[in-house]
Write a new protein. Structure first.
Length: 213
């Protein structure tokens, strides 16, 4: 059983990652500004895995920059929307935490977010990665295993997968119960599983909520 201090630290790291990615959305926002934007009352979390549904995002102190989170029906996917402080399109994403009983602690979960031209997929980790690194990530869905080179994006706790990986998740993934994830890193790979049950409904809500292109 994990010690409480470790879980609390990990929970805070995951909340920081979710807030930052929910706020960033596409690529038109200034990352430095968003990472320095203060947030009020990020509520207490028992565990970022077992109690992920209790993660609540609070409004930013900056006028017009508010965050909210909703739970799509079924599967534990979470829909998040954040207002653009510059008055542009909202940032919208869905997230699901990793299966704590079958995942290494460093694997926090999976995010799909609105992006120009479609949906982007990101693997969220707890420990920040060097910005210049490009970790290889293997996804295994329904017997199909593919490796992808990823890109580290702010706040450097998420690995942006290429469009081919997003297509795999949003096609084969819709009929699958889970995706196995393996991140190549030293001294040993980070492995885990993220449930995909309910992805179809959550993805439908995400696409319906994406800002007009």
């Amino acid at each position: 059983m994990r010690q409480a201090p470790v879980v609390l630290k990990s929970s805070r790291a995951l909340v920081a990652a979710l807030i930052s990615f929910g706020t960033m959305g596409s690529t038109d926002l200034n990352a430095k500004l968003l990472l320095s934007t203060p947030a009020n009352d990020v509520c207490a979390i028992v565990s970022c895995y077992e109690k992920a549904s209790r993660i609540r995002l609070a409004a930013s102190n900056k006028p017009g920059a508010a965050s909210s989170a909703q739970t799509p029906s079924g599967g534990g996917w979470r829909l998040m929307r954040t207002l653009n402080p510059h008055g542009g399109p909202d940032a919208v994403s869905i997230v699901h935490t990793a299966d704590v009983s079958r995942s290494d602690l460093d694997l926090a979960g999976l995010m799909l977010r609105c992006a120009p031209g479609g949906v982007e997929a990101l693997v969220i980790v707890l420990d920040p990665r060097p910005p210049s690194s490009k970790p290889l990530v293997e996804l295994r869905i329904a017997g199909v295993a593919k490796k992808f080179e990823t890109r580290i994006v702010p706040p450097f706790t998420a690995l942006l997968l290429p469009p081919e990986a997003a297509a795999l998740l949003t096609n084969i993934g819709l009929a699958s119960e889970e995706v196995a994830i393996e991140i190549e890193t030293q001294p040993s790979a980070v492995k885990g599983t993220v449930p995909l049950v309910g992805l179809g409904g959550a993805l439908g809500e995400l696409r319906a909520s994406c800002p007009p292109q």
